[in-house]
Design a binder for this molecule. Structure first.
Ligand code: ADP
Ligand code: MG
Length: 246
């Protein structure tokens, strides 16, 4: 069963068209990476899937259900941003618990989920610390942990590693790949402008292009596996983008 289906999705801000003709299916459990030049609409498309932004036109379905009119909390998605947005006055444990307490889950279930997430993200020794006493990489792991404990059907990442230094980026990327294997029926959509991240993480790459006022264009330049895009670019834009060092 396919988890996410976008059909005819368009988005404009005022007179400016940012996304056009987006038709895309992301299968359950798939790791899908959105890539493309800055300003081409990657974050906007992710926010539309999350329900943080309304499309100007088109349908969004998750698990076969049209979710256009569902608020973000009802969509069974969790989003991780590049800035961590942890609660500074709460411990790591309290940060992980917060959303679940809000959902009024039983205490035993909350404890179980928090312990499992902490274990898998190597946060167990840090549970009593506050965010101010964590490194950037540790904070980002807490942000990912907060998403994991909700057990969403879909994980959305918007350039989650771009604030980390190069060594930590590689390490955290490996952890995200491991997480995807562990949560094997959870779909992930991951936005990046880093081609190495895209090539190493993706089952499927969606390459978006800027419309730049060309109304006849559709936003998606190509969808395919990393090797397909690399060896069989569908057009000059794809060849130019994939071929150029980013
Ligand atoms: P990307 O994530 O690929 O860099 P974005 O989705 O953030 O691109 O933005 C795509 C385009 O939409 C940009 O030109 C941006 O300025 C514009 N945009 C994004 N959000 C808004 C908004 N709320 N109001 C007006 N323009 C916006
Ligand atoms: Mg963006």
């Amino acid at each position: 069963m396919s988890t996410i289906q976008l059909s005819g999705v368009q988005k404009g801000f005022g007179a400016t068209s940012v996304l056009s003709g987006v038709d895309l299916t992301i299968e359950q459990g798939e790791f899908c990476v959105f890539i493309g030049p800055s300003g081409c609409g990657k974050s906007t498309l992710l926010r539309i899937i999350a329900g943080l932004e309304d499309p100007s036109d088109g349908d969004i379905r998750i698990g076969g259900v049209r979710v256009n009119d569902l608020e973000p909390a009802k969509r069974d998605v969790a989003m991780v941003f590049q800035s961590y947005a942890l609660y500074p006055h709460m411990t790591v444990k309290q940060n992980l618990e917060f959303g679940l307490k809000h959902q009024k889950l039983p205490a035993a279930e909350i404890d179980k989920r928090v312990a499992a997430a902490a274990e898998s993200l190597h946060l167990t020794p840090l549970l009593d610390r506050k965010p101010g006493a964590l490194s950037g990489g540790q904070r980002q792991r807490v942000a990912i942990g907060r998403a994991i404990v909700r057990k969403p059907k879909v994980f959305l990442f918007d350039e989650p590693l771009s604030n980390l230094d190069a060594a930590l980026r590689v390490k955290t990327r490996v952890e995200i790949a491991k997480l995807h294997r562990e949560l094997n029926s959870t779909s992930m959509i991951y936005v990046t402008h880093d081609q190495v991240e895209a090539m190493t993480l993706a089952d499927k790459i969606v390459l978006l292009r800027p419309l730049a006022g060309q109304e006849h264009l559709v936003s998606i330049a190509q969808v395919g596996s990393p090797l397909e895009l690399y060896h069989h670019p569908a057009n000059r834009f794809v060849a130019g983008f994939i071929g150029s060092p980013s």
